[in-house]
Design a protein around this ligand. Structure first.
Ligand SMILES: Cc1cc2nc3c(=O)[nH]c(=O)nc-3n(C[C@H](O)[C@H](O)[C@H](O)COP(=O)(O)OP(=O)(O)OC[C@H]3O[C@@H](n4cnc5c(N)ncnc54)[C@H](O)[C@@H]3O)c2cc1C
Ligand SMILES: Cc1cc2nc3c(=O)[nH]c(=O)nc-3n(C[C@H](O)[C@H](O)[C@H](O)COP(=O)(O)O)c2cc1C
Length: 783
């Protein structure tokens, strides 16, 4: 078998080593344009978890690599003149030059031919090879040559960074955060051998320009030549971090990080590997690891499948690696965006800032950090507790929250969920049982489903409303139950379906138009939701007056029914949301055009509700922070709209996303909408509710403690488990303030037994001991 490897970086070299084991008689040629000793950059870092796979793949190179390692386990965050240390992280590093040297020697000793200073031949010229591996880095020429098949997407970010080194050997992974009048700068630094540390300086585009660095003309510098003026700037800026040591350049210039993704990684006998296929921001230190793991997977695929069907081997390699890589890329993206927005966090308290930084990729969480460094997490807990004003014995999710006159015992919210089970808008027994059981589940705040403000403002015939006198009484029955038996707060979400109305029940076909019994729908512009849906009538001023009056009537009904918080639904493509989005609002009057104009009607509705909603009761607004469509409502718009909401007296923004256009392409993933809540909270200073794929109490603790949101709303988890919050408390062995089992359920309040017969017996015996007086108190109304 003849194999051409384009690129002698860690990925290409490691693959060539492993393939000599898999196919000992393979003829392998590596084309590398640099000289053997040219390693641009300084150290590369691996986490402990990475290394096992390399130990099994090629023990000899593993031994050499690990023998050269510098290891450490602390991360230090230097911020506003103070250092915060967190331990238990377990990293290893070595110089890129050393790593390449080891891999080059190993490959050569196994008979791989490495052609240095050799620009790779074109794919046509490599036609005689059975396999061509594009391991030629982020700017891959192999990828470009087959762009039609690979369909690359290159996302060039705004931040500028420069890779340098220092002869100061740090004793930890260091983050230095510097604030100047021009903006926020950061340095990521870590030791990689007995003499040197890597030192990467990064800043946002605006800061880079404001500090005059664009004029040091990185772009015009020849390959191999460093931007000395910028290096000098960094020396001065980070003089205290460098402690008098040298800051060394090596082909160092300002770069912009490019996130590389490809729809396919293989085409015929050509395959991409490492940075050519995918990149992950350096702040999570995974690029080299991913490239080497790709090499292992590709070689392994040949080992298990043989060499006869190269296409099949390559498909299997891609199928195995893609999910792992995409998950790492999601973490890297979160980390990259965190550093891009670091300016919004610098005013946080020292410990909260550190916790926020450490949990930025969403892979490290509250529980995870507690395992690594319990003392650090206790300190963060304590500092958060004293800021909020409670004793630090509680997990953060059980911290109280005050919104105007409403005292919430904890940070968990049952998210609004339409049950499509009302009759002519009247909530039924189903609603009483559904919301009643969730109210008993321990969450501090339970939302109604979207309560429609008129019959024609319903989404489906099964949607609940607040537009007839009997609706008020039916809602009062539910709210009274929750107040009386559960003691939780109840929120009413008021909405109008707009162009998404007159559709079928969720289980009969979501967003599909009714075949009979439908009604005409209205919207800011006559644009249907999809080709199947009705064309809505463009609203006149009289329609707007009518809708405002309906919202006001419903708000008064919600007050009468006893709700504690009122939410105006401006999300998910319903009427008010469709005013906000430029995709759905194409009006030429004062209600269309700029964001201010598009926000005018939603704000009129908000103001009218605020006027009748008592000043001591809080109001929220649910928004779709992005349409997930290019040219649609964007996260920047969401921040600007939140500023308007703050100025109009909104107390908390409930931050969802999407469902505005069927063209949307959401980036789903763990707590994927939380970054939007984070931006609003930390840029606008308005409390937020995060929602969407928040699945565990660990996520809730992490989000609240890092200051990404004030509350977390969970929808589907509450369908799975109505007592989600009570169970979260039991799992955390917490039974103090902020969460209470109703007396009727106290007997079940302990963590479930292990299932072993003995434990079950003991647990049951204990649960029947009347150890709390409340157990004996019958609820009101019982005889
Ligand atoms: C500032 C910074 C810090 C980083 N820190 C870390 C870290 O701490 N840990 C980590 O794991 N990763 C880190 N990385 C990422 C890491 O450098 C890359 O992800 C990794 O090197 C990818 O390996 P690769 O083999 O795919 O590509 P590369 O290392 O980029 O190797 C590609 C090779 O192909 C050669 N080449 C390209 N085109 C041709 C051609 N036409 N002909 C011949 N040769 C060609 C290049 O000269 C190069 O040697 C960092 C990256 C940056 C920019
Ligand atoms: C059955 C169901 C009904 C929903 N109805 C509403 C609703 O009436 N109003 C609303 O704003 N969101 C509604 N949502 C969205 C949820 O409130 C929530 O934002 C979404 O499900 C993401 O949260 P999760 O990942 O915790 O489920 C509904 C979700 C589900 C699953």
């Amino acid at each position: 078998m003849r194999i051409a490897v384009v690129g002698g970086g860690p990925g290409g070299l490691y693959f060539s080593i492993l393939m000599r084991w898999v196919v000992p008689d393979a003829e392998i040629t590596v084309f590398e344009r640099n000289r053997a000793q040219d390693a641009f950059g300084f150290g590369v870092v691996f986490s402990d978890e990475t290394l096992t796979v390399f130990e099994h793949a090629d023990p000899l190179s593993y031994r050499e690599i690990t023998a050269g390692f510098t290891r450490w386990s602390d991360i230090d965050i230097h911020h506003r003149g103070l250092r915060t240390r967190s331990g238990g992280h377990g990293f290893s590093a070595l110089g890129r030059r050393e790593l390449l040297g080891i891999l080059q020697r190993r490959a050569t000793s196994l008979g791989v031919e490495i052609r240095f200073q050799a620009e790779a031949p074109s794919l046509e010229e490599l036609a005689g090879f059975d396999l061509v591996v594009g391991a030629d880095g982020a700017a891959s020429a192999v990828r470009a040559a087959r762009a039609a098949e690979f369909q690359p997407s290159l996302d060039t970010r705004d931040c500028r960074y420069m890779w340098m080194g220092t002869d100061l050997v740090y004793d930890a992974f260091k983050f230095f955060i510097k604030e100047t009048a021009d903006g926020v700068y950061q340095a990521h630094a870590y030791p990689y051998d007995g003499q040197m540390s890597t030192f990467i300086v990064e800043m946002g585009e605006e800061t880079w320009r404001a500090s005059g660095l664009e004029h040091t003309s990185s772009g015009a510098l020849a390959p191999g030549v460093s931007d000395e003026a910028s290096v000098e700037f960094c020396r001065e800026l980070f003089a205290d971090a460098l402690e008098g040591h040298a800051l060394v350049a090596n082909n160092s210039k300002w770069l912009r990080f490019v996130t590389v993704r490809n729809a396919r990684w293989h085409s015929g006998n050509v395959v991409l590997l490492g940075d050519a296929a995918h990149t992950a921001h350096f702040s999570i230190g995974s690029g080299t690891k991913l490239a080497m793991e790709d090499a292992v997977a590709l070689a392994w695929s040949f080992k298990t499948r043989g060499v006869d069907d190269v296409g099949r081997v390559l498909a299997e390699y891609e199928a195995e690696r893609r999910p792992v890589v995409e998950s790492t890329q999601r973490a890297a993206q979160a980390s990259l965006e965190w550093f891009e927005g670091v300016g919004r966090y610098v005013a946080q308290d020292r410990l909260q800032f550190a916790f926020n930084l450490l949990t930025r990729s969403r892979r490290v969480t509250y529980d995870n950090l507690r395992l690594r460094d319990p003392a650090f997490v206790s300190d963060v807990d304590e500092s958060f507790a004293s800021a909020v004003g409670f004793f630090s014995d509680r997990p953060p999710m059980f911290a109280p929250l005050q919104l105007r006159g409403l005292s919430l015992p904890n940070r968990v919210v049952v998210s609004p969920m339409d049950m499509y089970s009302a009759s002519e808008g009247t909530p039924s027994d189903f609603h009483l049982v559904h919301l009643g059981s969730r109210s008993l589940g321990g969450a501090g705040l339970v939302y109604s489903e979207m309560i429609c403000v008129s019959a024609s403002g319903r989404i489906t015939p099964g949607c609940a409303g607040m537009y007839r006198p009997e609706h008020v009484g039916a809602w009062r029955r539910i709210v009274s139950f929750a107040h009386r038996y559960a003691g939780c707060a109840m929120a009413a979400q008021l909405g109008h379906s707009g162009r998404k109305g007159s559709t079928k029940l969720m289980w009969e076909g979501i967003d599909e138009p009714l075949e009979e019994g439908g009604w005409p729908v209205i919207a800011p512009s006559p644009i249907p939701y999809s080709a199947n849906n009705q064309v809505p009538r463009e609203m006149t001023r009289a329609d707007m007056d009518q809708v405002v009056a309906e919202f006001v009537w419903s708000a008064m009904g919600a007050l009468e029914a006893g709700f504690d918080l009122l939410e105006v639904h401006c999300a998910h493509g319903y009427l008010l949301s469709s005013f906000l989005s430029p995709l759905t609002n194409q009006r030429f009057d004062e209600y269309g055009g700029s964001l201010e104009a598009r926000a005018r009607f939603p704000l009129e509705v908000f103001d009218a509700c605020r006027e009748v909603w008592p000043p001591e009761k809080p109001m929220s607004v649910r928004i779709s922070a992005t349409d997930w469509v290019s040219g649609g409502f964007s996260p920047d718009d969401a921040v600007a709209f939140a500023r308007m909401l703050r100025d109009h007296g909104c107390d908390i923004v409930d931050v969802s996303s999407g469902q505005v256009s069927p063209e949307e392409e959401p980036a789903f993933g763990r707590s994927f909408q939380t970054p939007f809540a984070d931006r609003i909270r930390n840029e606008v200073g308005l409390p937020t509710i995060a929602v969407g794929a928040i699945a565990s109490y660990d996520d809730v603790n992490t989000i609240v403690l890092a200051g990404r949101a004030d509350m977390c709303a969970l929808a589907r988890p509450h369908l799975y488990d109505p007592h989600w919050t009570l169970h979260a408390a039991a799992e955390q062995e917490y039974a103090g303030d902020g969460v209470a089992w109703v007396p009727q359920y106290q007997a079940g309040s302990r963590k479930p037994p292990s299932g072993r017969a003995d434990d079950v017996r003991k647990e049951l015996a204990r649960s029947f001991e009347p150890d709390t007086p409340e157990m004996l108190v019958m609820p009101e109304g019982w005889s």
